[in-house]
Design a protein around this ligand. Structure first.
Ligand SMILES: CC(C)(COP(=O)(O)OP(=O)(O)OC[C@H]1O[C@@H](n2cnc3c(N)ncnc32)[C@H](O)[C@@H]1OP(=O)(O)O)[C@@H](O)C(=O)NCCC(=O)NCCS
Length: 172
């Protein structure tokens, strides 16, 4: 299912997808799922899918999880073009942050976004995440090192839940 979605939406997804310097890999969902499950077993990641009307429509991963004195993780996401525009990602991210900052045992959650990605910037705006700054040439995306705007939230910044916050987000 993920493989079909990833192959069908190349033009939609590739400008925002992580790449490896000097190597052009084909889409390999078996390897991707194995690697995500390995990270989950080690406790350094969390792999989730998003469903809409009972159908898988995208992925939400938490990477770089560190516990102890850092207690932070980084969320990444994508959704199929046919399902975009329904607030599925902001709602899914809100529920994930609510989990991570309670039973998940983290103190901080980060989201990194290319300055050109207006739709994703709107997601963090709906979530009310705090902007921390710009990391230059931070992640290799779509074949080159790209700047990223860093957004984050810590548990002290949330009164109530992220889910209620995103449900009450102002329209643009
Ligand atoms: C960014 C992304 C995750 C947003 O997910 P989503 O569930 O559509 O989020 P929302 O419904 O809140 O839409 C966010 C904004 O996207 C824009 N948008 C909505 N439908 C759209 C569509 N069909 N095509 C393009 N942009 C659209 C709107 O500006 C919307 O803001 P609004 O709700 O105030 O109108 C999704 O567009 C996506 O997967 N894009 C490709 C991969 C990607 O960018 N991943 C993130 C990398 S940081």
């Amino acid at each position: 299912m993920l493989r079909e979605l990833l192959l069908a939406d190349r033009a939609w997804l590739s400008p925002w997808e992580a790449s490896t310097p000097g190597i052009r890999y084909p889409i390999d969902t078996k390897w991707m799922v194995k690697s995500l499950l390995d990270q989950a077993k080690r406790g350094t990641g969390l792999a989730l899918v998003m469903e809409f009307n009972g159908e898988v429509v995208g992925q939400l991963n938490v990477a770089n999880i560190l516990y102890g004195s850092v207690s932070s993780g980084t969320i990444g996401y994508w959704i199929a073009k046919k399902a975009a525009g329904n607030s599925i990602v902001p709602i899914s991210v809100a529920m994930t942050i609510d989990y991570l900052l309670s039973d998940g045992g983290l103190h901080r959650v980060e989201i990194d976004i290319r300055p050109e990605n207006e739709a994703s910037l709107r997601v963090v705006e709906k979530l009310g995440l705090r902007e921390e700054g710009l990391k230059q040439r931070y992640i290799h995306i779509d074949g080159a090192w790209r700047d990223h705007r860093i957004f984050a939230i810590t548990s002290e910044e949330i009164s109530g839940s992220m889910l209620s916050r995103v449900r009450n987000a102002k329209p643009q």
